[in-house]
Design a protein around this ligand. Structure first.
Ligand SMILES: Nc1ncnc2c1ncn2[C@@H]1O[C@H](COP(=O)(O)OP(=O)(O)O)[C@@H](O)[C@H]1O
Ligand SMILES: [Mg+2]
Length: 214
């Protein structure tokens, strides 16, 4: 279970997050929904340690953690970025095995076997030698999901998982997310897409740009 309390962040004196509280229960899907500019990406970046919050407490399974601590970030919370951020110069297999071998010091054979399992599960069994530019948007996203899962995160976060995709792929992403839920994965999704959120979420948290709140 992930808990965030009183998360505040401003940029240049402009407050973007004004004391956000949220809880993602084990095995559940929390969607954070709001319009562009509401601070969704900023919230995700604070939780995943890519941005330093002005204040806030974070805990996983009741134990507090620092998202920017070297251990907490990479190993516990996985992220699938809006634009996927695959390494363009690495093959699909190398994209997935890089962090497990470099960060977790996992044996290369074991990391490769695990990557193959993930690729098969995500319907990409024949893509391991391709490079990101040879993949469609939906395939890149699945590689990004496999890459995050290879680190065995406790929680998987997504930034706008439907925004870079054809509308007809929304159902596929929803199925992947619901499939991971069946396997017990805890997931946090930020999206502007309320219909998508309603399809997958156990809970929905709505956020608004602060200058539109009263
Ligand atoms: N690094 C930054 N420096 C200054 N302003 C930023 C930065 N990142 C985000 N913002 C501002 O914070 C607000 C929220 O942005 P963002 O979190 O990307 O919203 P969302 O993902 O909901 O569209 C926007 O007004 C944006 O311009
Ligand atoms: Mg955003």
């Amino acid at each position: 279970m992930l808990e965030v309390r009183n998360l505040k962040k401003s940029f240049g004196g402009r407050q973007i997050l004004n004391g956000v509280d949220l809880t993602v229960e084990d095995g559940k899907i929390l969607c954070i929904v709001g319009p562009s500019g509401a601070g969704k990406t900023t919230l995700l970046r604070c939780i995943t340690g890519l941005e330093s919050p002005d204040s806030g407490e974070f805990s996983i399974d009741g134990r507090s953690f620092n998202p920017q601590g070297t251990e907490a970030n990479d190993r516990v919370i996985g992220v699938v970025f809006q634009d996927f951020k695959l390494f363009p110069n690495l093959s699909v297999m190398e994209n997935i095995t890089l962090a497990p071998t470099m960060v977790l010091k996992k044996d290369k054979t074991a990391a490769t076997a695990e990557a193959k399992r993930l690729l098969d599960e995500l319907g990409l069994g024949d893509k391991e030698d391709l490079y990101p530019y040879q993949l469609s948007g939906g395939q890149k996203q699945r590689v990004a999901i496999a890459r995050a899962l290879a680190m065995k995160p406790k929680i998987l976060c997504y930034d706008e998982p439907t925004s870079a995709l054809d509308p007809n792929l929304r159902k596929d992403v929803a199925n992947i997310i619901l499939g991971l839920k069946k396997d017990g994965m805890t997931q946090l999704i930020v999206t502007h897409d309320l219909d998508f959120a309603e399809d997958v979420a156990d809970d929905i948290l709505k956020v608004k740009p602060l200058d539109q709140q009263n």
